[in-house]
Design a protein around this ligand. Structure first.
Ligand SMILES: Cc1cc2nc3c(=O)[nH]c(=O)nc-3n(C[C@H](O)[C@H](O)[C@H](O)COP(=O)(O)OP(=O)(O)OC[C@H]3O[C@@H](n4cnc5c(N)ncnc54)[C@H](O)[C@@H]3O)c2cc1C
Length: 566
């Protein structure tokens, strides 16, 4: 490996800000860190094009970064481009008589927090967002970022056009439905750097949120997944926080907090938190951290009781109700550093379950009549429950978060979206129509599952969590489950056969074809990308694999173990 030393030759790059050399970068959770040789902060698409061209000439690997939250090294490259100076704002409110949507053209470097406040000042709002708002809009479009709603898909599904600088140095605007757009959304920066996104936005709305206690197992009895499906659709926004705990009866009558929200008129903004509430939040994090440190390193078997105490601290006094602005209500207190690995599992409409195409099924041998969501959740919840030997030895942290998204329309969505249309048999396609849509109210869903492993003091988790994540993914990768990973979260490499099963061979091939056309030298195609989306380095002299040897070893305690599934 030859270390790159910037030379005066690089001055040819007409950049407003000179690149920083060898900065130490780390992600929010400190599970991954990286020192690229150059860190760029360009101010225009032309500057990015120029950086890509210079990288191409020198055979450098380049990745783009937003706000450094993703746990996986999606932004591991020799050169890194930050989008923080891309701050376009252009809001177009459509007239009340018009049927066209309100539009917001926003720079990829704006954070969701900035965008939410800005849109609110125009009485507008995104339809759905995730649990945190300190993320860049470019990442929000490029990663498969999602909120929770059985009536909406990924956050990026409300993007209708983007401006992107391809690694070959072209500045291109691409619209919903076009090939480049389908490769760019949820494509983790594989076709270049997104500089602007045009979003369809809505009239601002409030949410009335209700919190209730439930027993999750009650919703997993029906083999077809109907009870879980109906629960997911019981309000526009639904999420589940499951606490695997070992409290005695009657305290174990419930184990889950059900969060449901419905639209109400746009209320005033919540007041900023008082010093007292900031202090109590901080103290609760300290207490939580101390308990987790104890169970992580001293007595894992006690985690079931800790989860029980945490559950009852949160669930006491429920049901309760609160009204907030939509974008405030969707956020969550994510506490402190943590390791997360999140996947989707199909939750098809029960009436079309039998036609779901799994690699195991054929017309003569239909796939299992048990919903994939249940095929995953039932063994997984047993595995982590403190009453099972595996759960007792592991000490799984709580909550395990479960969310939902509506599947995208077939032939229109993003090729690598974890919420892409579910693969179906031919006959079913005809029945459901070309776009794969069901009758009113019969949409297919995906269920997002996210076990959270807290890492207080930024300490790496004990080694027993490595086989836990292996088992978690092994279940998800079963052909009958057909899980799909959230690209911007830590996960193990994927084989070509698995990738084809998850997203459909044709979709993967289309993605790679369009990607190769935008990045002829594999400038943004790193080893991490090739390991997760294999096939991108094919047929090229000095394949991505060989090129990537120059990238250097990825450092970061978690990534060291996440590099292999063996
Ligand atoms: C506490 C916590 C809570 C979270 N909650 C959620 C949640 O509720 N829902 C959810 O979906 N995710 C969630 N995530 C994951 C996180 O939201 C995503 O990883 C998000 O994309 C990170 O945004 P970022 O700006 O920090 O991106 P970064 O980590 O900086 O980058 C993410 C990826 O996008 C690529 N990228 C960034 N900008 C661009 C661009 N302009 N053009 C092309 N590629 C680009 C990068 O190369 C990288 O691969 C959570 C993460 C944390 C730490």
């Amino acid at each position: 490996m030859t270390a790159y030393t910037p030379t005066t030759q690089d001055v040819f790059l007409p950049l407003k800000y000179a690149p920083t050399t060898s900065p130490y970068l780390r992600n929010w959770s400190s599970t991954y860190n990286h020192t690229p040789s150059l860190f760029f902060q360009p101010v225009s698409a032309q500057e990015i094009a120029s950086i890509f061209r210079a990288a191409k000439e020198r055979g450098k690997k380049v990745r783009v970064v937003g706000e450094f939250n993703s746990p996986g090294p999606g932004w591991h490259g020799e050169w890194i481009i930050s989008t923080k100076h891309f701050r376009t704002v252009q809001i177009t409110r459509s007239s009340s008589s018009s049927s066209s949507p309100h539009l917001a053209l926003l720079g990829s470097g704006l954070t969701l927090r900035e965008a939410n406040a800005l849109l609110a000042s125009y009485s507008l709002s995104f339809t759905t967002i995730g649990s945190i708002d300190c993320i860049a809009l470019g990442s929000c479009f490029s990663g498969p970022d999602h909120g929770t709603s059985a009536y909406h898909s990924l956050i990026s599904s409300s993007a209708r056009a983007v401006t992107i600088v391809t690694p070959d140095g072209e500045v291109r605007r691409t619209k919903r439905g076009e090939e480049l757009f389908r490769a760019a959304g949820a494509g983790v920066g594989g076709v270049g750097c997104v500089v602007e996104v045009e979003w369809e936005v809505e009239e601002a709305f409030g949410l009335e949120v209700t919190f209730e206690r439930i027993k999750l197992g009650e919703y997993l009895k029906d083999e077809s997944g109907k009870a879980l499906y109906d629960l997911a659709r019981s309000e526009e926004f639904v999420k589940i926080w499951h606490f695997p705990h070992s409290l005695p009866s009657p305290l174990n009558a419930t184990d889950t907090i059900l969060w449901r929200a419905r639209r109400v008129p746009f209320p005033p903004a919540s007041p900023p938190p008082s010093y007292f509430s900031l202090l109590t939040t901080w103290l609760s994090h300290v207490l939580h951290g101390l308990l987790i440190l104890f169970t992580m390193w001293v007595w894992p078997g006690a985690q079931g009781y800790v989860n029980g105490v945490l559950y009852w601290m949160a669930a006491w006094g429920l049901p309760k109700r609160e009204v907030k602005r939509g974008y405030e209500a969707m956020l969550m207190d994510c506490k402190y550093s943590q390791l997360v690995n999140e996947w989707t599992v199909p939750l098809p409409h029960p009436s079309s379950l039998s036609s779901l195409l799994s690699s195991q099924s054929s017309p003569s041998q239909p796939s299992s009549p048990v919903s994939p969501a249940l095929q995953f959740l039932r063994p997984f919840l047993t595995y982590i429950h403190p009453s099972s030997p595996t759960g007792h030895a592991l000490g799984m942290h709580a909550p395990v978060e479960i969310r939902f998204s509506k599947c995208e329309r077939e032939g229109e969505g993003f090729w690598l979206s974890p919420a892409a249309a579910l693969p179906r048999r031919k006959g079913e396609k005809e029945e459901k129509g070309e776009k794969g849509e069901g009758k009113e109210g019969e949409d297919d869903l995906v269920m997002w599952v996210e076990p959270i492993v807290y890492t207080p003091l930024r300490l790496p988790p004990p080694p027993r969590f490595f086989p836990f994540f292996q088992s978690f993914e092994s279940l998800l990768r079963l052909p009958s489950v057909s899980g799909r990973p959230h690209w911007a979260k830590a996960h193990f490499p994927t084989s070509p056969a698995e990738l084809a099963r998850m997203f459909g061979r044709e979709n993967v091939e289309e993605y790679h074809r369009v990607r190769a056309g935008a990045d002829r030298e594999g400038t943004v195609w790193t080893r991490w990308m090739e390991e997760r989306v294999p096939g991108g380095g094919r047929g090229k002299e000095g394949s991505a694999q060989r090129e990537s040897e120059r990238e250097g070893k990825r450092t970061g305690r978690w990534e060291d173990v996440m590099g292999s599934r063996k």
